[in-house]
Design a protein around this ligand. Sequence first.
Ligand SMILES: Nc1nc2c(c(=O)[nH]1)N[C@H]1C(S)=C(S)[C@@H](COP(=O)(O)O)O[C@H]1N2
Ligand SMILES: [Mo]
Length: 449
Amino acid sequence: MAAEVQTPATPSDRAPALDEAAYDRLRRRQWLAGEARADGVDRRTLLRMLAAAGALAAPALAAPVLAPARAAAEEVPRPVPGIVKPLPAEWFVPRGTNAEMRWDALRDADGDAAVGRHVPVERFFVRNHTGTPLIDPDTWRLKLFGTGLRGAPAAGQPVEFGLEDLQDLPSTRISALIECAGNGRSFYASQQGQAVPGTPWTLGGIGSASWRGVRLADVLRAAGLTRAAVDVLPAGLDPHYVTGGTDLGPVRRPLPVAKALDDVLLAYEMNDEPLTPDHGAPVRLVVPGWVGIASIKWVGTIEVADHPLYSPWNTDFYRLWGPDYPAAGTAPITTQVVKSAFELARGAVLEAGRGHRLHGRSWSGAAPVRTVEVSTDGGRSWRRADLRDEPRAHDWTRWSVDWRPEGPGAYELRARATDRRGNGQPERAVFNREGYLFGAVVAHPVTVA
Ligand SMILES: Nc1nc2c(c(=O)[nH]1)N[C@H]1C(S)=C(S)[C@@H](COP(=O)(O)O)O[C@H]1N2
Ligand SMILES: [Mo]
């Protein structure tokens, strides 16, 4: 058993840790040996995880917690308490503490593109566990500490960076999607008859933006990263997440050091503007290709440890449990699955007797999109869509297909993509108890009249 576990030693040896499954076995072994820390994670939870003793109890729904810093002059009731920016109904669907982007808002009334490859900040979906904090960028400090750093930070004396310190480091710009692991969750119920708890997103728990910031790798190295570091734990400055009467602490999720050094950004700009409060101002993580929870907003501290770390966000949440998964659940989920969406309302009415150009976007966390196919007859026949973008990793590809309906009536549109690694979209997504990673083809009803 032990022989199949790789012990990280040098950064190059650590590359396999990008495989969270292998790394998770190591984490668990080290926890059992008393070498891993798991603040805020119930000991029984870890034991349950380790004992492969069947499914965990479903987490209760979040108790609403308001952001501590609300604008004083607030008269208009907000559709989502805790979100600062306006949420016009033509752009967003409120979902608890979150705001889902409406796909039909990507086209205007004439069918012209209203949004380019990047979603404007004011139209970008918001996923908040509690509420948006208002943080003064002038006094904000990023504090790094932990046993994976050299010198004083190892003893708990943090090394600090102000916003200007970060801006003085070499900057990098990337185009990347942020997508919630639960994006598409509602289709487990509506399309597969499988009830799952959690935010019932359709496909609008996603957005693409241009991010500018400093590579997390550069900041970790500047902070004195050692070769012994294995886990990096960024924590948000938003209010603690309280669920089922339990305070789980700040939103935080360990990141294997291999991913942290690979392509992760500490972003301070989104679409060429300073980050706005709802999207993590002054600084957030952007973790390309991975589930949105990895991209911690409002980051205040980063613990760098020479031993594995756990938080509720890689133990109780964001693993897959279900009849088709190991009894103790999978390793923490990381890479997003392939998905496709039409820039059209569900149930949209299209004019009869004329041709239509159907637009949509497809994406994959693993690789650039290779092909997109569209069916206008409920999946009986398929044809290639025209790709309107050069497919890129970690971003979506826009596409279109021309369609002249045979006559008035109800139609079911479908779109499915494959990526360059050969990942595709199945007819059915494999059920998991929390409804993560819904990657099946989504049936999109329209009426021609
Ligand atoms: N501190 C903090 N970071 C967070 C969250 C949060 O609630 N608090 N939500 C996460 C989740 S689940 C997602 S999907 C993304 C959403 O990013 P957005 O709100 O900018 O779209 O942020 C992630 N980072
Ligand atoms: Mo999320």
